[in-house]
Ligand binder design. Structure first.
Ligand code: ZN
Length: 444
């Protein structure tokens, strides 16, 4: 089979699935929920079958598109339909109870469904065919690519060895500027976003999804905090400006999660003069997305360690909440006082999304490196977007992360990472270790 034919068909499946899920969640969320889930599962299984039956017949073997499809094939090939179906049902149920648990600030309301989902995810990751040292390594090679997966421990160790909350002076200022939807749209327009192609939808989380190049869906919380609005803005700028590729549909989706997230974090935390990050103020908050400074990286470390140990079966599902709260206390020096401040704050795991949290820290490292190399500190809004387009977005997903970074002159990612952290340390003193490195906390 011609790879373009394969590409078209996969694109068709993805479109159907995304549109149906949006319809289920927001157009008519209550009626026929069960039937809609059944339909979604049936299409997902059709796609799965299509991949297994057809990928082996695709002629071409050298393009980047082929490599993307190959990875998906490896993920799908050993996965039984029944397990896929079971996971999909478990995700639907778990997310439904997650929303109820969050409303009531009570983890016990979703606990059992959550544990069930984790066990199924362990099983799924255990049988995927991607090579890796252990199950979590396999998952990361699938989620963030080999290039970054190989550097993951180094990145996390560098963060853990560098950042401390000891002797930190937290800022008094904890109030966030809140935006109405109109104010948010105005902000987006000012930063060069084309509002015509976005559908806005109120929800309990902020997120965005690209259906096609000209159809982006964004969910926002009723009172959207300015930093959260800017984060999603970065994602939208990424989606709207990655190069439209006439040749392959597979390139028209932001496939490089690391760069997609890096642009979001750049806009949220780094390039803006208003951000706490730039003003050397530290927010005392157990909520990850309310933390607008370098301590955000420690919030991710907690999630990274837990999901790594959970996927590798090193800790039991029932230990998650306790592990979270204990590790939070160790790293931040104060207690999490409710489930909404702890385990329930992020939706990722409750949607079955394991392997994404580490991407935030990898992306943060990439964002810092991009910021320095492209000299974004001296550029205005328009210049920043132009530079990002020229050096990153124009490649869409047609170049690998490594190739994009190499073009920017990053020949040794780990060394550049150490350099940007060293510079931060000189700039911000407060949250960085200055004594000898503490090896006790080293991640293995
Ligand atoms: Zn994001």
């Amino acid at each position: 089979m011609n790879i373009h034919e394969y590409d078209k068909r996969i694109h068709w499946f993805n479109m159907q699935l995304n549109i149906l899920k949006w319809d289920r969640d927001f157009i008519s969320p209550v009626e026929d929920e069960y039937k809609k889930n059944e339909l979604i599962n049936a299409i997902a299984i059709e796609k799965h079958k299509y991949i297994i039956n057809n990928f082996g017949t695709v002629f071409e073997e050298n393009s980047h598109a082929y490599r993307i499809f190959y990875k998906d094939y490896l993920y799908s090939v050993g996965l039984p339909d029944e397990l896929e179906n079971e996971i999909s049902n478990a995700v639907n149920k778990c997310y439904k109870y997650y929303k109820i648990a969050k409303e009531n600030n009570d983890f016990s309301l979703v606990e059992n469904d959550f544990y069930k989902l984790i066990c199924l995810k362990r099983e799924e990751i255990g049988i995927i065919n991607v090579q890796g040292e252990d199950n979590y390594d396999k998952l990361m090679r699938y989620c963030c690519g080999d290039y970054f997966a190989e550097k993951l421990d180094f990145i996390m160790n560098t963060i853990l060895k560098s950042i401390t909350t000891q002797n930190i002076r937290y800022s008094e200022k904890t109030d966030f500027k809140m935006l109405s939807i109109e104010e948010m749209k105005l902000l987006y327009q000012n930063y060069g976003i084309n509002l015509e192609t976005i559908v806005f939808q109120e929800d309990i989380n902020n997120s965005c999804l690209q259906l096609t190049q000209n159809d982006c869906r964004m969910t926002y919380q009723s009172h959207v905090k300015i930093n959260a609005a800017k984060h999603e803005m970065g994602h939208i700028l990424y989606m709207q400006n990655i190069l439209k590729n006439e040749e392959y549909y597979v390139y028209n989706q932001p496939l490089s999660s690391v760069f997609d997230e890096a642009i979001a974090l750049l806009y949220e935390l780094i390039i803006d003069n208003e951000s706490y990050f730039q003003n050397e103020q530290y927010t005392r908050t157990p909520i990850r997305i309310e933390c607008t400074d370098i301590l955000r990286l420690l919030h991710i470390i907690i999630r990274y360690e837990i999901e790594r140990d959970i996927i590798n079966d090193k800790i039991g599902v029932e230990e998650i909440k306790t592990r979270w709260n204990e590790r939070f206390y160790e790293l931040f020096g104060y207690e999490v006082t409710s489930d909404n401040e702890g385990i329930l704050q992020d939706p990722h795991w409750f949607c079955g999304n394991f392997g994404y949290f580490p991407i935030y820290n990898v992306a943060f490292a990439v964002a810092l490196i991009i910021y320095k190399i492209l000299e974004l500190n001296t550029a205005n809004k328009n210049q920043i977007l132009l530079k990002l387009k020229k050096h990153i977005l124009s490649f869409g997903a047609s170049k690998t992360e490594e190739e994009i970074l190499l073009k920017l002159g990053v020949t040794d990612f780990c060394r550049d990472l150490e350099n940007v952290f060293e510079e931060l340390k000189n700039k911000h003193g407060g949250c960085f270790y200055t004594a000898n490195l503490n090896n006790e906390n080293e991640l293995s």
